[in-house]
Design a protein around this ligand. Structure first.
Ligand SMILES: *Cc1c(COP(=O)(O)O)cnc(C)c1O
Length: 824
């Protein structure tokens, strides 16, 4: 072991490394370097600090035969890496000094880093938070995903509406990825299945006439917080197979071979930008199999280096499916075990069920994945055969448990046969997993009692809850350094690895000096956001105003429209009663709509139109501002959360599986106005009912109301303010040049209103009035703000991952001792 290697680098070491990379990796000097070059030089220097830890972590897992968990996800919404790496490595201050001496600042350089936006929203960000917790808790884990060439689109606001621009995130160098040319797996599509009898007389199946695409690995380092663990996120990129190309060359079809090469490489070209909505495109199914097959092959390869008894697989491997997107991993594992490793069905099945676990993320019908049987059969004929066989055996089992109940068989079948035949991916996941979990207490209850009730009756022991969490390293320590420093000064810094420590802030809520400092930091964060808003939106907002934020994907169930209805009602009140004593508010929206989601795009447009009218009306002067911040992403979120006073979490009860934005806001001291939905309920339990603004229907009330024949019109006639708002929107008050523009939104509310906006409108206004009253008493607001942060211990993703590791994966920490497992 080399003594000097374990010492933290000095400021001079860091400067040398930075300049070395500027000169030798980028071949630039201080005169020719752009901002981006300076960022890259810093990134390469920081990357060097990860290298030894990364190698040693992998050596230690290998040497100790650690059981690994594989987290398979179509999305990883990582955001920027640099700032997080500096914090986790514990070298932020040293780098700060080193760069200042060179006349540079980290804050400025990190703005040059482009977000890694390989995800839509909550589901992908959860995967990213989990990776941080897994590494911090020293758990032997790998993330597996797709290296999309184009991540989540970049959102511009043009003519008040959303305009999508491709996210060409790899245009510049990506210093955080390493291509691993040797980790290459063939992925097969198409062809047909030939049955034959082998020498032992068993019926076997062979997949023939398929074509191949290669999956090439790119590795991304995932450093733990202040430990020596660096885990791996492995992302697959599609490459045309060489055999495939040669065939074409032999036929002399040069251009044809290049065309087909391009077609196959399309598989990893772009992330599908629909959140909570199934697009049903064949390319998406190809992507899902591409990820599933490459990952399962990689898992076999790693297992086979140490073991040959496949029955040991579940002792060495746990696979977590992040929603049903990677569920083809199940028939893929069975196919390899049976067709390639020649195991029997029963042997292969036992291994599979003991290896897989499935997380459900939504109960929205339009988001539940189903694939047409003919499409799946044409793309993956052997897998369809395996799925049919799983289903046949499964339905036999159900028929024995519940005799004479054909309805139940139909409901539970993996194949939906009511119309054109569809494969129900969630049913496949449930039947082949030993654990099925929801992501909040309410959501897990709905799974058991409603969506998957039949399955719960069959296998109650498989169902469990794992309430989501967020990593406090990124969502407090990194994004809110001022508040982090105040907290650490008051209670020490153990909260960074044990968020329950925040409870120690509770008594400080009663300390007026502490409250003053707490709110002074909130104000500085608001000033910072106000400057950003001025630069981007050219609207002047005062940090004295209440910053009221709703930032998340735009979706009808999340009810941004209910928020804007309330804003219009407020505007009308201010106009009608000019002396009205209301605290001034800035209402901030941000979020992307799926490009094909017409209603969601119209809601974005309405928000911007309302902003135009309100922000330019001298009658409401500095009392109300409405803003839409373009391109909601991890880096924009990191600016908004620390500056928020109020967090809007107003989904219809029973629709938001958990939410994690709600946790990030409360952790940064925002108060929540919200419904009894998802994790809001658990946030209320933790921070206390008196420290949160809860309103609206409960889940059972929403169900009952719909069942009783909900009539939105009744509310329209009963509530004069609501009628005024809806009439204004539909008559073109906010779109004088195009009066009918927003009529579809109102028509929808008055006819169907599936998400019960009108039913909750009155209660929402009352809750907003409570918010206004409290904000007028700054000391009381400050108290509750502190108590919100203090109550957030439960919502660390460290707690969530601890529960997965203990209850589902049965994996243990494998601490990495630097220098111990060291080989060249
Ligand atoms: C946390 C987060 C989300 C999820 O927000 P919800 O309010 O839970 O829907 C989405 N996008 C980004 C960029 C996030 O950071």
């Amino acid at each position: 072991m080399n003594q000097t290697e374990n010492q933290q680098p000095t400021v001079a070491d860091l400067q040398r490394s930075f300049i070395y990379h500027l000169h030798h990796t980028l071949v630039k000097d201080k005169f020719s370097a752009t901002k981006s070059d300076l960022y890259l030089a810093l990134a390469y220097a920081v990357r060097d600090l990860l290298a030894d830890r990364w190698l040693e972590t992998q050596q230690s897992y290998y040497k100790n035969d650690a059981k690994r968990v594989y987290y398979i996800s179509m999305e990883f919404l990582m955001g920027r890496t640099l700032g997080n790496a500096l914090i986790n490595l514990g070298v932020m201050e040293e780098w700060d000094t080193a760069l200042k001496e060179l006349g540079l600042t980290i804050e400025e350089l990190q703005e040059s880093e482009w977000d890694a936006g390989l995800g839509n929203g909550g589901l992908g960000r959860l995967a990213a938070c989990f990776l941080d917790s897994l590494a911090t808790m020293q758990l032997p884990a790998y993330g597996y995903g797709i290296r999309y060439e184009y991540g989540m689109f970049y959102q511009k606001i043009v003519d008040n509406g959303q305009h999508e621009v491709p996210d060409n995130w790899l245009r510049y160098q990506n210093p955080w990825e390493f291509d691993r040319q040797e980790h290459l797996h063939p992925i097969r599509y198409g062809g047909r299945v030939v049955d034959y009898t082998d020498r032992d007389g068993s019926l076997r199946h062979s997949w023939v006439d398929y074509y191949e695409v290669m999956a090439l690995a790119y590795d991304v380092p995932i450093p733990g917080y202040r430990n020596s663990t660096v885990n791996t996120l492995r992302l697959w990129s599609a490459k045309a197979s060489r055999d495939f190309d040669l065939n074409f060359f032999n036929q002399g079809n040069y251009v044809g071979s290049v065309e087909s090469k391009m077609k196959t490489e399309n598989i990893s070209k772009v992330l599908y930008p629909a959140d909570h909505m199934l697009e049903g495109k064949e390319l998406r199914l190809r992507q899902e199999y591409f990820l599933s097959s490459a990952t399962v092959q990689d898992i076999f390869y790693r297992f086979a280096k140490k073991f040959d008894d496949l029955k040991k697989l579940p002792d060495q491997v746990a696979i977590q499916l992040n929603d049903t997107h990677p569920v083809l991993s199940i028939p893929e594992l069975l196919r390899i075990l049976m067709d390639e490793k020649k195991l029997t069905w029963d042997e292969a099945w036992a291994i599979t069920v003991n290896t897989f676990a499935y997380t459900n993320h939504t109960i929205l019908q339009e988001a539940l994945e189903t694939w047409p049987v003919p499409m799946l059969g044409a793309l993956l004929p052997r897998h369809l055969q395996i799925i049919f066989e799983i289903n046949r055996r499964f339905l036999d089992e159900v028929a024995v448990r519940f005799p004479d109940d054909p309805q139940r068989l139909q409901r539970m079948s993996i194949i939906d046969e009511r119309g054109d035949k569809l494969v129900r991916m969630a049913h496949l996941a449930i039947v082949a997993s030993h654990s099925i979990n929801g992501v909040s207490a309410l959501h897990s209850t709905i799974l058991k009692e409603d969506l998957f009730r039949d399955f719960y009756e069959l296998w109650p022991e498989r169902f469990n809850n794992k309430t989501n969490g967020i990593t406090q390293r990124r969502w407090l320590r990194h994004c809110n350094p001022w508040l982090s420093d105040l907290i650490s000064e008051a209670i020490g810094d153990r909260w960074t690895v044990d968020l329950d420590e925040l409870q120690k802030l509770r008594p400080l809520a009663e300390d007026s000096e502490f409250r003053k400092r707490w709110m002074a930091i909130k104000r500085m964060n608001k000033e910072r956001l106000a400057r950003y808003i001025y630069q981007r939106n050219c609207v002047d907002v005062s940090p004295d105003m209440l910053f009221d934020c709703q930032t998340k994907r735009i979706h009808e169930y999340k009810r941004q429209l209910l928020n804007i209805l309330q804003v219009i009602a407020r505007y009308n009140r201010l106009k009608e009663y000019p002396g009205l004593e209301l605290p001034p508010r800035t209402v901030i929206f941000a979020g992307k709509a799926a490009p094909s989601y017409t209603m969601a795009k119209l809601i974005i447009k309405l928000i911007n139109h309302v902003g135009m009218v309100v922000n330019n009306d001298p009658a409401v002067h500095q009392q109300l501002k409405v803003l839409f911040l373009a391109n909601y992403s991890v880096s924009l979120a990191e600016r908004i959360f620390p500056a928020a006073d109020l967090s809007e979490q107003i989904s219809t009860a029973g629709t938001e599986a958990s939410g994690t934005g709600n946790m990030k806001y409360a952790l940064n001291g925002a108060l929540t106005i919200g419904t009894l939905d998802g994790a809001n309920i658990e946030i209320m339990e933790e921070v206390g009912e008196e420290n949160i603004f809860i309103f609206g229907l409960t889940t059972p009330q929403a169900v009952t109301l719909r069942a009783a024949g909900y009539r939105p019109h009744d509310y329209y006639y009963r509530l004069p303010e609501l009628k005024q708002v809806l009439d204004q929107i539909s008559s073109g008050y906010f779109s004088p040049g195009n009066p009918g523009l927003f009529r579809p939104l109102v028509d929808n509310l008055l006819s169907t209103d599936y998400y019960l906006l009108l039913a909750d409108f009155d209660a929402y206004l009352d809750a907003q009035a409570d918010v206004d009253r409290l904000y007028m008493i700054p000391d009381e607001w400050a108290r509750k703000s502190i108590l919100n942060t203090a109550g957030m211990g439960k919502f660390s993703s460290d707690r969530t991952i601890g529960e997965y590791a203990r209850d589902i994966w049965q994996i243990k920490p494998q601490p990495v001792v630097r220098g111990e497992a060291r080989h060249w």
